[in-house]
Design a protein around this ligand. Structure first.
Ligand SMILES: Nc1ncnc2c1ncn2[C@@H]1O[C@H](COP(=O)(O)OP(=O)(O)OP(=O)(O)O)[C@@H](O)[C@H]1O
Length: 772
């Protein structure tokens, strides 16, 4: 790497010229935005003027609807463009600060040399006939990430373009002033990367476009794989690559796809808020984001008390060593597996001949359609039909039956009694409704008998509305009983069923009866329900990303996959951070075996987050961490602190954290084994350190001193980390090791570890010299 002082002025001059173009584009953009804003205000004001409102006849109503729809589409299209203008303006603001970060001089075979400048977005000259800056996602820009000076090529939709790079240069620009300029080799600006990684951690993830590494670029630009598995060590840039990949796909398919068609499953909401700013920073709309738990809650929260994955983890961590956990673990492992899904498929076959459970349909406390009749109807349907089709026919049949019920009810006394009690407003509403439906005119309404009949009809209808809704929502199926049926002794056993199946079954039935659903039952329950109700799949999502993929069970993955049949999947994770209970005998969904050979696997083995001393230390916490490489960034050795008495723990933490604050670190975490332990730590030092206890996942990530369990810190990083009690029993087995590794790898710059007794602990395996 050399400084190129003589060319400094030339480059600074070019930056100044490009900035002038940016300035002009910004002005032009603002003018268009202003006129668009005027259009929008106008459209809003006159919305109803251009709509023909007429409900006289069905045809008129349809026309009215179409006209409203057209008008509102016009408005939202303008509003979208307006939003796009502001995003573009922000992008230009950022480009004004730093128009580009890289340059390659490329000579295509047989063509003249071109200097290609690369930035966060493309920019053309005034005449719009020449690129002053290429978007980092443009095909030609890929060479910047993939090649050192010498022969190079890039792929375009038309084919491969070959040639040679004779210069590769990196710029650091602030406020339009050149601050650094380096001619670089293959690794993009070691020194720039050093600088970026040396910065403070922040409560918002940053984009890495200026320093994407070759192996990360391969992930970001992969287009051929239906299923991409990324196994990357802690801090290797998996989440960063995922975010840049979303931005890349949005650029690559900008004509066919928008951000709503990309979905990221994140591990928790704290993580969601952490990554939320990356795409807007790149001038793109953010993709959809959700946690799997949010989806499950939406579906099942009304019916069950749902255990959260954190509660599951907390309870399994607490049970560790008590002897209770092996039976529970067996249950979790089996219910998380593809075998259990197969078992449900077998069960569904059985249900097509017998065993379905229905609910009595009751109205005003009286059984009107008994469950046995529903069952009878169900089982006389053609057994070759799918369960979901049959259930739908039952639904239609029930709606028909309700019509009879309705007629019978109208003949009873109660509607008349209720009609007499109708308030004036209700009466008027009923009148208007009837008028709308053309059921009468003023003359007929004066006809007392007709009026009474119509009112009774409306009253019965209204009272039956909730019943109709329940039927529409398949509540006539006794889902919880159907699920219980899976655990009945009469249901044939399948291979791979755990030894303690009868205990597991008993326990499951008890839970369901108590209306409590542990995590391991939630996805199977939903799967069974979907198979019966024929839930619609989502075909609009084109790309699904699952970060921290090692924490999803095989069952969850298969379920998600079926939910998005048109999507390509990118799974990113780290087997060494698999801290949830359902990782199956060391396998996670990142293993190719789980995917019938249809997956492409990529590995990232270099860690960028932590300093070299921290990476060297943390890799020894793993049995097979030898292949983990550290990015060359200096720092202090991790510090191990022996503490025995509680008072000593307190003093040490306060002393260490205050030191870290004095050193200027802003995000400091005290990481604990469980929430229970976090509360203890908070009791001990929370006040003195003005720390925040993170006790639920919905708390947003913020700077300052945070006290939290390791599992909440997944995917996130801190300037400085203190591990509360590294020699506690829970960390000493194979799973505990992974938790301790996850905890220590959250640290970017400083790592402090408190311990009680080092002998026989994992810490004793770390070579002396890697810590002080
Ligand atoms: N090419 C890069 N340029 C600059 N910074 C990078 C690069 N790759 C990774 N980083 C930085 O390294 C840190 C870790 O990245 P990231 O969180 O994406 O890793 P991860 O593999 O998802 O980690 P984990 O599995 O531990 O959660 C972040 O601060 C990120 O900005």
């Amino acid at each position: 790497m050399t400084h190129v002082d003589n060319e400094w002025d030339v480059e600074q001059q070019r930056i100044a010229e490009v900035r002038k173009v940016i300035e002009a584009k910004k002005n032009q953009l603002l003018r268009s935005a202003d006129s668009l804003k005027g259009d929008i205000i106008d459209l809003r004001k006159k919305f109803w003027d251009d709509v023909t409102v007429n409900f006289d006849e069905v045809d008129d109503a349809v026309e009215t609807y179409a006209s409203i729809k057209q008008q509102s589409e016009l408005l939202s299209e303008r509003e979208r463009s307006h939003g796009q203008y502001y995003r573009s303006k922000k992008l230009l603001d950022r480009m004004e600060d730093s128009p580009y970060f890289g340059r390659i001089d490329f000579t295509e075979d047989g063509v003249a040399k071109e200097a290609i400048y690369i930035g966060i977005s493309s920019l053309m000259n005034k005449a719009e006939d020449h690129f002053l800056v290429y978007d980092w996602r443009a095909p030609v820009s890929s060479m910047y990430y993939d090649f050192e000076p010498g022969s190079a090529y890039y792929e375009t939709p038309e084919g491969t373009i070959e040639g040679a790079i004779d210069l590769k240069r990196q710029f650091v620009t602030e406020n339009g002033m050149l601050k650094g300029m380096f001619n670089t080799g293959i690794t993009i600006g070691d020194s720039l990367l050093q600088k970026v990684l040396g910065d403070q951690a922040s409560s918002q993830m940053k984009s890495i476009v200026a320093t994407i590494q070759k192996e990360q670029n391969a992930i970001i630009r992969n287009e051929s794989s239906q299923l991409l598995l990324v196994q990357g060590v802690a801090g290797s840039g998996k989440t960063s690559a995922a975010m840049q990949r979303v931005a890349y796909l949005l650029y690559r398919y900008r004509k066919q796809m928008n951000a709503d068609q990309i979905l990221l499953f994140s591990p928790n909401q704290m993580f969601s808020s952490y990554v939320a700013s990356v795409l807007p920073e790149l001038g793109e709309e953010p993709m959809q984001q959700s946690t799997f738990q949010e989806y499950v809650s939406k579906r099942l929260d009304d019916e069950f008390d749902l255990q959260t994955p954190f509660e599951q983890l907390e309870s399994s961590l607490a049970a560790k060593g008590s002897g209770e956990e092996s039976h529970e673990k067996e249950a979790v492992d089996f219910k998380s597996s593809a075998s259990f899904k197969m078992m449900i498929d077998n069960y569904l076959k059985q249900l097509s001949t017998h065993g379905m459970r229905f609910r009595n349909v009751k109205f005003r406390g009286e059984v009107r359609i008994p469950a046995e009749r529903i069952e009878e109807f169900f089982y006389q349907l053609d057994s070759a039909m799918s369960m979901a089709n049959k259930v739908d026919l039952v639904k239609d049949w029930l709606f028909n039956q309700l019509k009879h019920v309705e007629r019978e009810e109208r003949a009873k006394d109660w509607p008349e009694e209720e009609a007499a009690l109708l308030s004036k407003e209700d009466y008027l509403k009923a009148f208007q409704k009837l008028e709308q439906n053309h059921n009468f005119n003023e003359e007929t309404f004066n006809d007392f008998e007709k009026e009474e009949k119509l009112l009774k009809k409306i009253i019965v209808r209204r009272r039956m509305a909730s019943l109709r809704k329940k039927i529409a929502n398949y509540k006539f199926i006794q889902m919880e009983k159907v699920y219980e049926g899976l655990f009945n002794e009469s249901f044939p056993q399948v291979k791979m069923q755990p030894k303690s199946w009868s205990q597991i079954s008993q326990h499951t039935i008890q839970n369901v009866q108590k209306r409590y659903l542990p995590v391991e039952d939630q996805t199977p329950y939903l799967y069974l329900q979907d198979q019966l109700e024929g839930r619609k799949v989502n075909t609009s999502i084109r790309y699904v990303f699952m970060d921290e993929a090692q924490d999803y069970s095989v069952f969850q993955y298969l379920y998600i996959k079926e939910m998005f049949p048109s999507a390509q999947f990118t799974l990113l994770g780290d087997k060494h951070q698999a801290i949830y209970t359902h990782n199956l005998g060391g396998m996670t969904i990142l293993d190719k075996q789980v995917h019938n050979g249809e997956a492409k696997k990529m590995e990232l083995s270099r860690s960028y987050r932590s300093t070299r001393p921290i990476v060297e230390f943390t890799k020894h916490l793993l049995v097979d961490g030898a292949s983990i490489e550290a990015f060359n960034r200096d720092g202090h050795l991790p510090r191990l602190w022996k503490v025995t008495e509680l008072e000593e723990v307190k003093e040490r933490i306060i002393e260490v954290i205050q030191d870290r604050q004095r050193e200027g670190h802003e995000t400091i975490a005290i990481l604990c084994y469980t929430l229970e332990e976090s509360k203890q730590a908070y009791q001990l030092v929370g006040k003195q350190l003005s720390a925040t206890l993170i006790y639920k996942e919905t708390q947003p990530f913020q700077s300052g001193v945070l006290i939290l369990p390791v599992y909440f810190a997944k995917g996130i990083e801190f300037d400085s980390v203190l591990v509360y009690n590294a020699t506690r029993q829970g960390y000493q087995d194979d799973e505990g090791r992974l938790m301790l590794y996850t905890a220590c790898t959250r640290a970017m710059h400083e790592l402090d570890v408190l311990y009680n007794e080092k002998e026989n602990s994992i810490l004793s395996e770390i070579p002396k010299g890697l810590y002080i």
